[in-house]
Design a protein around this ligand. Structure first.
Ligand SMILES: [Zn+2]
Ligand SMILES: [Zn+2]
Length: 308
């Protein structure tokens, strides 16, 4: 029986802390998209894994953020005409996820989104990122479970275990680099890979990504769409058919800030609708990363017990 997992990397300004200027328009559209997505998932009763940057959960912040690549008191910065609060805080949005009818999973995504392979990243900094995430999530009654590494840079997995996390999103199986040319885009219209979650050497469940829903864009996207409709939706439809036949996991991911134009939202709407249709008409189910991790760990325990 196959499963679909949808994960979102929700970070507002923190996703752009290394950009100058921080793009206020992307953050503004991310805030709108966040609420629209909650409504969409509720409408189709599709639970997702929301990987949220911990700082967003703070009502206010008096931390110095020592050693942060964006500088001390980086959360004082007001990008464009936007209030600093709107860029670096978002407790109202996280609470909307927790109050949703769909049974979402709230996952860690670092405290300030410094990736674990950054030049300035140190073991103590990584530990502080994980510890602070746990402390802020506790304020909304959430315990550490699933984790999505900022920029998908997997590292310090032993620290994940130490801070109570038990699953993470691994890198998608690589078949090609980033698609830049139209010819590559057309060739890339194959089916996203179905993945097999596994228990790693730290006892963490790795739920690898299958596909980033906004992986190729810009003029290539316009050209392809003009000829054959949104190829990403087609690819997901094909993957859902393969999932029903072969089993495994189809793990799709994106960011709320990817939804800038109406057609971006339309893509996600059609994907969620296709997933709900597959669930209604085939044996395909929809799971969060946490649900997959529980299932895989249980199975792993049975296999290990049988081998003893
Ligand atoms: Zn702060
Ligand atoms: Zn991120």
């Amino acid at each position: 029986m196959g499963s679909v997992v949808i994960s979102l990397d929700a970070e507002l300004g923190w996703g752009f802390h290394d950009r100058d200027p921080v793009p206020a328009d992307r953050i503004r559209s991310a805030r709108t998209a966040w609420r629209d997505l909650c409504r969409l998932f509720d409408r189709f009763d599709v639970p997702a894994t929301w990987a949220v940057v911990g700082h967003l959960l703070l009502a206010d912040c008096d931390a110095e953020h020592p050693g942060h690549p964006a500088g001390p008191r980086c959360c004082d910065g007001a990008p464009g005409a936007m209030a600093a609060d709107e860029a670096w805080h978002g407790r109202d949005l996280v609470e909307r996820v927790l109050a949703a009818d769909a049974d979402h999973d709230l996952a860690g995504h670092g405290f300030t989104h410094v990736h674990f392979d950054h030049d300035l990243m140190r073991r103590e900094f990584a530990a502080a990122e994980l510890r602070a995430w746990g402390a802020t999530a506790a304020a909304v009654d959430v315990s550490p479970g699933s984790f999505v590494f900022p920029l998908n840079r997997v590292g310090y997995r032993d620290l994940l275990v130490e801070h109570g996390f038990d699953a993470y999103r691994g890198r998608q199986p690589s078949r090609r680099g980033r698609v830049r040319k139209l010819s590559d885009a057309l060739r890339a219209c194959g089916t996203p890979p179905l993945v097999s979650p596994s228990v790693d050497e730290y006892g963490l469940v790795n739920v690898p990504a299958s596909a980033y829903l906004f992986g190729f864009d810009g003029y290539v996207r316009s050209a392809v769409e003009a000829v054959r409709g949104d190829p990403v939706v087609d690819r997901v439809e094909r993957a859902l058919a393969a999932l029903d036949e072969r089993g495994g996991v189809l793990h799709l991911w994106f960011h709320p800030h990817d939804l800038v134009r109406e057609r971006d939202f339309e893509r996600v709407r059609r994907v969620v609708e296709a997933v709900a249709r597959a669930r209604a008409t085939t044996d395909v189910r929809v799971e969060t990363m946490a649900a997959v991790a529980d299932r895989v760990r249980e199975r792993h325990g049975e296999v290990s017990a049988a081998a003893r």
